[in-house]
Design a protein around this ligand. Structure first.
Ligand code: ADP
Ligand code: 5GP
Length: 231
């Protein structure tokens, strides 16, 4: 089978039974590679939408408002949280982060997958919400703590004290690994990306996520009932 045909069969095709969108949650200690893997997954299937969080953290160089995050001030964040506008929210490294509820509901209803780069606290809150059945959660582990530190430094984004804070939080984040459906040790990034694609492909085909199957099977039964004659 050619790569093109194989690729097209792994994505939804016209005529496939209609399905609900997936909530793909990826968590990891900072530096293990979740943003890299998220980007790879969305490049493979551009219909997957990234859940753009709100945060009170200031933008880093190169980050764009509305693309990487919605950068908001603390009073606005507090108002959104109090008004129930956030599906989940948490404090990470002294800043507040949250997922706007509206964009998630809209995506699921349209049958679109939405990808979350959120910490274990957010993962837990979404798994305990009424959207739990739509979730597939993935935890990314580094091959070693030394590799984690090397990746944080290699990324060249953070001053020394921020790297130290991220390393200190890593232990806490890693301790939640067993709450996730799938756990990958991100050694070779190409392999991890391929495994992630396999998970997303399989999860899309769960019977419970294909409400369109009911209509299809009803159609098959109607063919029998209308006196289908064997050829
Ligand atoms: P996170 O989003 O989890 O904080 P990033 O995706 O930003 O992590 O990755 C941190 C750094 O490690 C980046 O420079 C990235 O290119 C690199 N990286 C990611 N995965 C791997 C891997 N499997 N092997 C080596 N380096 C990696
Ligand atoms: P960063 O500041 O490096 O972008 O993100 C710091 C941490 O906050 C990461 O672990 C990231 O996954 C997490 N995070 C980002 N957005 C959200 C969110 O909306 N909710 C929660 N709970 N965590 C988030």
């Amino acid at each position: 089978m050619s790569a093109e045909i194989e690729a097209s069969c792994l994505h939804d095709r016209p005529g496939d039974p209609q399905r609900r969108g997936l909530l793909i949650i990826i968590s990891s200690p900072s530096g293990a590679g979740k943003s890299t893997l998220a980007r790879r997954l969305m490049a493979w299937d551009p219909t997957i939408r990234f859940s753009v969080s709100v945060t009170t953290r200031p933008p880093r160089p190169g980050e764009r408002h509305g693309v990487d995050y919605h950068f908001i001030d603390r009073p606005t964040f507090a108002r959104m949280a109090a008004g129930g506008e956030l599906l989940e929210h948490a404090e990470v490294f002294g800043n507040h982060y949250g997922t706007p509820r509206a964009q998630v509901l809209e995506a699921i209803e349209e049958g679109r997958d939405i990808l979350f780069d959120i910490d274990w606290q957010g993962g837990q809150q979404i798994r305990n919400s009424d959207l739990a059945d739509d979730v597939v959660s993935i935890f990314i582990l580094p091959p070693s703590i030394a590799a984690l530190e090397e990746r944080l430094r290699g990324r060249g984004q953070d001053p020394e004290e921020v790297i130290a804070r991220r390393m200190a939080k890593a232990r806490d984040e890693i301790s939640h690994w067993a709450e996730y459906d799938y756990v990958f040790v991100n050694d070779d990034v190409d392999c991890t990306a391929e495994r992630l694609r396999a998970i997303v492909t399989a999860e899309r085909w769960r019977r419970s996520r294909r409400p369109g199957l009911v209509a299809h099977v009803r159609g098959l039964m109607e063919e029998f009932e209308s006196g289908y004659q064997q050829g």
